[in-house]
Design a protein around this ligand. Structure first.
Ligand code: HEC
Ligand code: HEC
Length: 159
């Protein structure tokens, strides 16, 4: 193969790769934007992390809004997919975890110094802070959110 021909082949390959990847990315973002009304408007890297979060963390239960738990709890969850409330969360790679962490960290807050890290929403001060004067059910579980947030499965907690 001549040098010129080889270069043409390589350039062609690079262009087709970027077209395929670019289409995949924009298509994904487009369809997510169509399908989910969100808790937070996430942009840029946050948006990618949010899409990954919805893809990986809303398969077995409703998507949980980041703000109801502290950063420390999200970190523990992301770091221990093999030991997730008695089940295993499959398919998390280091890269996926990092992007999801960017999003979850960006939309939640840190614990106060000496505050105990909640494992469940029902133990989280941030959850109660978002529900002032709301007559909440007892016990509070992820299955009760839907009673008041009818669009919770679509990650819409404003409706
Ligand atoms: C394989 C199924 C499965 C997947 C995937 C999954 N979870 Fe869970 N998750 C569970 C189960 C089961 C529970 C325990 C529910 C209960 O006790 O009522 C739970 C509980 C939780 C809780 C505690 C909710 C509460 O009751 O306060 C959080 C937070 C949570 N998951 C976040 C995540 C995140 C973040 C991901 C993605 C990394 C994820 N889940 C992916 C099955 C799953
Ligand atoms: C008894 C009804 C009720 C239940 C159950 C309930 N919520 Fe709410 N939630 C509300 C109300 C009402 C508000 C608005 C409170 C305000 O703004 O004063 C709210 C606000 C919120 C917000 C803030 C939305 C915003 O404006 O950004 C989030 C997030 C949220 N709830 C998540 C949850 C989750 C997660 C659960 C389940 C663990 C849950 N809620 C269970 C009634 C409920």
């Amino acid at each position: 193969m001549s040098k010129k021909r080889l270069i043409t082949v390589i350039i062609g390959f690079i262009i087709s790769c970027s077209v395929i990847l670019g289409w995949g990315a924009s298509h994904n973002i487009y369809s997510m934007a169509q399908n989910t009304k969100s808790v937070d408007k996430a942009t840029g890297n946050f948006k990618i992390g949010k899409d990954l979060y919805l893809e990986n963390c809303a398969a077995c239960h409703i998507p949980i809004p980041p703000a109801v738990l502290p950063q420390e709890t999200w970190q523990t969850i992301l770091e221990n997919p093999g030991n997730h409330y008695g089940v295993k969360v499959e398919g998390l790679t280091g890269f996926t975890q990092r992007l999801m962490w960017l999003y979850l960290q960006g939309y939640s807050r840190q614990l106060l110094k000496d505050e105990v890290k909640p494992k469940f929403i029902a133990q989280s001060r941030y959850f109660f802070a978002l529900h002032p004067q709301v007559d909440l059910p007892s016990p509070i579980t992820i299955n009760t959110c839907i009673q008041c947030h009818s669009q919770a499965t679509k990650f819409d907690y404003r409706e």
